[in-house]
Design a protein around this ligand. Sequence first.
Ligand code: C2G
Length: 136
Amino acid sequence: MKRVITYGTFDLLHYGHINLLKSAKEQGDYLIVALSTDEFNWNEKNKKNYFSYEKRKQLLESVRYVDLVIPEKNWNQKVTDMERYYIDTFVMGDDWLGKFDETLAATGVNVVYLSRTPEVSTTQIKNDLYAQEGIK
Ligand code: C2G
């Protein structure tokens, strides 16, 4: 069984995330999503997620491509995650192109960057909604 892992916030889950998760699953047979905790988002990514970790986890667990959701608590857990979960392939969207090759080089996992869905983002959704609010 080929085991794949990917990491992210996945807040305001949208079809760009689903495209990524679908493509990530296609890299193997079992997909683990390491989901950024609320604290990690706020302290390390300066992101205030709209949905809590539990709600974002609930949404991801309902996605057919996702087999397991684990917490992403810090930037440094990736190497141990690869060992702990017997990972074959690490996947990220190509906005992260090249960012994890060095970190993961010693683990021997395949590092795959998949193209992002360019036209959609959580930031864009929020901005569009604020703009509509102004019109209403
Ligand atoms: N993504 C995508 N297309 C979009 C938006 C996001 O393919 N339109 C992908 C990103 O490239 C990423 C995943 O969906 O691989 C999750 O995106 P985010 O929730 O924005 O994740 P991020 O905040 O980049 O956190 O340790 C890695 C970090 O946790 C990644």
